[in-house]
Structures are given as structure tokens and as C-alpha cells.
Design a protein around this ligand. Structure first.
Ligand code: ACO
Length: 325
């Protein structure tokens, strides 16, 4: 059995915040942000919108494309670092809102690699025969854990969700392989210090500033380039192919310079590298499924195409997924 992607979907908040908007609140400029990151604007949730809001919308669109109803789902896996609540999982909230009564539902915490980790888990379940119809979601409302006074981080992130429906199939189209990795020795280069059991929200001694993302940007940059190259190369080597065999490379959308550096290392021309981060910023686990959905709806994915998805995130976590469309 192979896991075939039968539907994709995405959902973004309606509100957008441009670089010029940010320059009115922190000491930055459109020129600095565009040249250092490639980001022009990001979508930001408003009051009453949560991670599950976008997750459910993206899921409905993916299910509609796949032509299956929520009651048919066996499994829902949702990647996020900004769940609606510490518990229950946001996947359980999505299961309830969709009416996917028979689906097992859980979240995966792998930061920006969340969707690739979810793909890998789903692939194993489908190959083993345990589950046949799986909904995968990457969803974030990072704007709620970003310090909007910190110009080093607030320019980078955005909110949104992407989803994909995977179905067990006997043909040769679907997930060819996944490779996932973790490097916990670098956990403190990119993390949210507050609100967990070390610095509980209810403890008056906890510094409210610790609720925001802490990031060593330069270090993260270097690790991201090396790790994403390693993950991509693992997929190519395991399948006996080279980057020239790829139709489209869909990397995690964190920074244009990271994407360009990896593309150069993999010898991929820009026409085969999907980039949409100028409109969304870094949406963490949502970035790859949003990009996949856009590429799909733009008609850029043809039957038989070979796609390589590649991610890196806090943990550190990283991984790749090779897909025969
Ligand atoms: N506007 C203007 N100046 C700024 C801004 C800003 N928004 N942010 C930082 N600066 C200043 C710094 O204060 C510094 O000033 P100084 O020289 O007077 O001290 C100067 O610009 C250079 O700062 P650097 O940190 O060296 O800038 P760099 O070119 O490394 O870019 C950036 C910073 C964009 C954060 C980069 O390191 C990066 O993208 N790192 C990866 C981080 C990332 O993508 N994290 C997401 C999670 S992980 C992932 O998804 C892959």
C-alpha cells in the first residue's frame, strides 16, 4: 500500500500586516525585511480566530478536493506549536468540529517540521494497513507567541493552516519515502521559554516576556541550511536519484536566503523551487502544506511529477518527503 495525496487545502486569516505596517511599530524597514528574509507581508489572526479555526477550514477544503466525508476518516494528525490549549490536542477539537467521529486524533510537536513528521507517521500507518484515510494538518497562530516589540523575530512569522488527505492506494502515485531527524542538543536556540512546566503561566515568578519565541537567528540560519540539505540528500540517496530528477522542490518557507542557499547546494534552478513566503512569512508547520496546496491549485503538479518536501524547525527537527504525484 502507498499513501496517495487525494486532496489539499489551506486557510489564512483575512487580515494582512505589511512590512510598512511593522515599520510603524518597530525600528525596521521594508528594505531591511525584504532583503534579509524575502518576506513582504504576513496574515495575522484577529480576536476570535484560533489555530483550530484555520485548521478546520483547510481540512474542509482538502476533504472537498478528495471527495471524502469526515466520517470516513480513520486518523487526524495535526502539527502545531501553537495549539488552542496545552491540552486537549487541537486535533481532537478539529475532529469534533468536522464530525470525524471514528478518526483517532492527535497533535505532533515538531515545530516547523510538524507536517513532514505527520506525513512520516501517516505513511507508516497506511503502509502497515492499520489506517486507510488520513487527514494531515499543519496549523499555527504564531502571532500569539511573538513579541511584537522585538524586531529580530516579529518580522518573520505569520498565521495559517494547510492540510492534505492521504488515502491507501495500490498504484504507484504517492509518498515514496520520508526521512525524519532530530537534534535535541540545540533545543535552546529556538524555543518558547514560558508557559510549560519549567516556567508555568500560573507562577507569579514567571517573566511574561518568556511567553514569546526566543531565537538565535544566525545560529538557526546555519543549522537550517545544513540540516535541510542533509534531509533532502537522504531522500535522493535512498531512492537512487539526483536533484535533476525532481520536478518541484517545496522547502519550508522561513527565509528566502535559506531557500536560495539550499537550492544552490542541491543544484536546483529557481524554476523548480516553490516560494510563497513573501506573502505569508514563516507559518511553521503550516508552511509546507500551504505551499503544496497552492502549487496543486495553480496546476503546477502533474501526474508522475516527483516532488521533494524539505523542512527544518525548533528541536531541532528536520526531514524530507519524496512524493510521486
Ligand atoms: N530591522 C532592522 N534591523 C534589524 C532587524 C529588523 N527587523 N532585525 C535585526 N536587525 C539588526 C540587528 O539588530 C543587527 O544590528 P547590529 O549589527 O547593529 O547588531 C543587524 O540587523 C544584523 O542582524 P543579524 O541578526 O546579523 O541579521 P541577519 O542577516 O542574520 O538576519 C535573520 C537575521 C533574518 C533573523 C536571520 O538570521 C534568519 O533568518 N535566521 C533564521 C531564523 C528563522 O528563520 N527562524 C525561524 C524558525 S526556524 C526555521 O523556520 C528554519
Amino acid at each position: 500500500m502507498i499513501a496517495r495525496i487525494s486532496g489539499t487545502g489551506s486557510a489564512l486569516p483575512a487580515k494582512t500586516v505589511s512590512n510598512a505596517d511593522l515599520a510603524m511599530t518597530v525600528d525596521t524597514s521594508d528594505e531591511w525585511i525584504t532583503s534579509r528574509t524575502g518576506i513582504s507581508e504576513r496574515h495575522i489572526a484577529v480576536d476570535g480566530e484560533y489555530t483550530s479555526t484555520f485548521a478546520v477550514e483547510a481540512a474542509r477544503r482538502a476533504l472537498s478536493m478528495a471527495g471524502i466525508s469526515p466520517e470516513d476518516l480513520d486518523l487526524i494528525i495535526l502539527g502545531t506549536v501553537t495549539p488552542d490549549f496545552p491540552f486537549p490536542s487541537t486535533a481532537c477539537i478539529v475532529q469534533s468540529e468536522l464530525g470525524a467521529h471514528k478518526a483517532v486524533a492527535f497533535d505532533v510537536s515538531a515545530a516547523c517540521s510538524g507536517f513532514i513528521y505527520a506525513l512520516s507517521i501517516a505513511d507508516s500507518f497506511i503502509r502497515s494497513g492499520q489506517f486507510k484515510k488520513v487527514l494531515l494538518i499543519g496549523a499555527e497562530v504564531l502571532s500569539r507567541v511573538v513579541n511584537w516589540k522585538d524586531r529580530n523575530t516579529c518580522i518573520l512569522f505569520g498565521d495559517g493552516a494547510g492540510a492534505a488527505v492521504l488515502e491507501a492506494s495500490r498504484d504507484q502515485h504517492g509518498l515514496v519515502s520520508t526521512h525524519i531527524f532530530s537534534n535535541g542538543s540545540c533545543w535552546d536556540l529556538l524555543y518558547q521559554p514560558g508557559s510549560g512546566s519549567r516556567n508555568p503561566a500560573a507562577n507569579p515568578a514567571t517573566d511574561p516576556a518568556s511567553y514569546f519565541i526566543h531565537m538565535e537567528g544566525n545560529e538557526v540560519f546555519k543549522h537550517a541550511v545544513r540540516a535541510m540539505e542533509e534531509a533532502a540528500q537522504a531522500a535522493l540517496d535512498a531512492n537512487g536519484i539526483t536533484s535533476s530528477d525532481l520536478t518541484l522542490f517545496i522547502p519550508h518557507q522561513a527565509n528566502r536566503r535559506i531557500i536560495d542557499a539550499i537550492a544552490k547546494r542541491l543544484d536546483l534552478d529557481s524554476g523548480r523551487v516553490f516560494v510563497n513566503l513573501h506573502r505569508y512569512g514563516n507559518t511553521s508547520s503550516a508552511s509546507i502544506p500551504i505551499a503544496l496546496d497552492e502549487a496543486n491549485r495553480q496546476g503546477r503538479l502533474k501526474s508522475g511529477d516527483l516532488l521533494l518536501l524539505d523542512a527544518f524547525g525548533g528541536g531541532f527537527t528536520y526531514g524530507s518527503a519524496l512524493i510521486r504525484w
